[in-house]
Design a binder for this molecule. Structure first.
Ligand SMILES: *Cc1c(COP(=O)(O)O)cnc(C)c1O
Length: 448
């Protein structure tokens, strides 16, 4: 098969702007400040599914082994001949094929029972089984590939923890330097220690994640670093492989629901883009619905989407959502000095940078947004553990959210549901504290 080289460019998501840029440009927004999409002139033929399937027997080819690059025809922004091993090796960045390799959907009967769905209807995909321990590696692979294409030698990010662990790992592997902006004191030690271990330069910011992101973007602009946060459209391309792997595992039969925790909404955005493209290219005939689960203490999307702010439900609105309403919401947070607050620090985000793309994804998939409490997330995290799988508290939002939506009869008991477990446990004391308190639903307190 000839690899697909069909043309790709960057395009602004705002329908009144639609500015276009060459694929090799290093920019995270158009000159008017709108988010960008990678656009492909044409999708690959549906028979490429057979190529993906064949690659599962990788025969020593690391790009076939990779859970990201195995799907390279669907994210061929590099415009390489995807069947040319030498072209792959000289352009694509990979952790020796390990990114995305182990993350596929699993059945977890105790989690299904807890959530109230039929045990053959619930699939949970542990993206924590990535080399740096979170789904972030899926998108870091592609962002760092693009960074290399542009000749960058320093990558920059703000992080609630997992982005810095992933960026640090890739930078170290590629011999690049890495600057990491973190909200001082608000990062799980298990994540921060990874960034140090991989030789990243930590920059502590007095403030929260949203402040750290602003500072990192400003410094990258003035100091010439390459930003690898999820506003980078190439991060989104790699993260499309999360739903690709789930769908492939389900023989491309779409589930009724795909459920994610919501932080900066890169995942939501990438899932929506992946599904849109598959639909446009005729690979799937039906759209699954996306459910995004916010923490109760970091509920910007939920408030705006569900009409809790000013009574209007914020929608994509054909690309012209009410951005003034978002600005007023943020101004209100600032006036009241309100900060996002949840023990699930990975989703402790007040200003989701991808909110517009998130709205688009929700529109395309008839999606919904809900919230869960910290206690519910801890139960969700713990029941995943009882199935012999490991996930962190923010990922527990997925399971807790499914349970809540089943109870509300939004998700039906016999629906097929794919839940994404975004990261593995890096906050070692959380389970210890959880199990010491016999009042917790799944606690097994120590004996003495
Ligand atoms: C980054 C992260 C999230 C948030 O994902 P978004 O794409 O920013 O919404 C959720 N869970 C974990 C474990 C993360 O590391």
């Amino acid at each position: 098969m000839d690899g697909t080289r069909t043309g790709a460019h960057l395009e602004c998501i705002n329908p009144k702007c639609l500015l276009r840029y060459e694929i090799g440009e290093a920019r995270v927004e158009c000159e008017k400040g709108h988010l960008l999409d990678v656009r492909y002139a044409q999708g690959p033929h549906v028979r490429t599914k057979d190529v993906f399937y064949r690659r599962r027997n990788s025969q020593g080819n690391i790009f076939d082994e990779s859970g990201v690059w195995r799907f390279r025809e669907l994210l061929n922004f590099c415009q390489i001949d995807t069947e040319d091993a030498q072209a792959c090796a000289s352009v694509l960045v990979s952790l020796d094929g390990a990114e995305g390799r182990q993350a596929k959907p699993y059945r977890m009967s105790k989690a299904a029972e807890f959530a109230g769905v039929a045990s053959d209807g619930l699939w949970l995909q542990p993206e924590g089984y990535n080399p740096s321990g979170s789904f972030k590696d899926n998108g870091m692979t592609t962002a760092v590939t693009h960074a290399r294409m542009t000749g960058a030698d320093r990558i920059v990010c703000a992080s609630t923890g997992n982005t810095s662990a992933s960026a640090g790992m890739f930078a170290a592997n590629e011999g690049m330097s890495c600057d990491v902006y973190i909200p001082a004191g608000q990062i799980a030690p298990g994540k921060l220690s990874q960034a140090y271990q991989f030789g990243a330069q930590i920059i502590e910011i007095d403030g929260n994640f949203d402040d750290a992101l602003q500072q990192s973007l400003t410094d990258a602009r003035t100091g010439g670093g390459y930003t690898v946060n999820s506003i980078n459209p190439f991060r989104i391309e790699g993260q499309k492989t999360i739903p690709f792997r789930a769908l492939e595992y389900l023989n491309w039969e779409v589930p009724d629901w795909i459920v994610y925790p919501g932080g900066a909404l890169g995942n939501t955005s990438s899932c929506g883009k992946a599904l849109m493209e598959l639909y446009e290219w005729g690979w799937i005939k039906k759209m699954p619905r996306i459910a995004v689960i916010n923490a109760e203490g970091a509920r910007t999307l939920s408030d705006l989407y569900n009409g809790a702010f000013e009574g209007t439900e914020l929608r994509w609105n054909a690309g012209l959502p009410d951005e003034d309403a978002i600005a007023r919401y943020y101004a209100g947070l600032d006036e009241r000095g309100e900060r996002p607050r949840t023990k699930a620090t990975a989703i402790q985000i007040g200003r989701p940078a991808n909110i517009l793309k998130g709205l688009r994804a929700l529109e395309m998939t008839d999606g919904i947004v809900s919230t869960v409490s910290d206690a519910e997330m801890l139960d969700g995290m713990s029941v995943v553990g009882l199935n012999g799988f490991d996930c962190e508290m923010a990922s527990g939002a997925t399971v807790a959210g499914i349970k809540k939506l089943v109870k509300q009869e939004v998700i039906k008991r016999d629906d097929v549901v794919v839940g994404i477990l975004t990261g593995r446990q890096k906050d070692a004391m959380l389970p210890v504290q959880y199990h010491q308190d016999p009042a917790n639903r799944f606690a097994i307190p120590p004996k003495r």
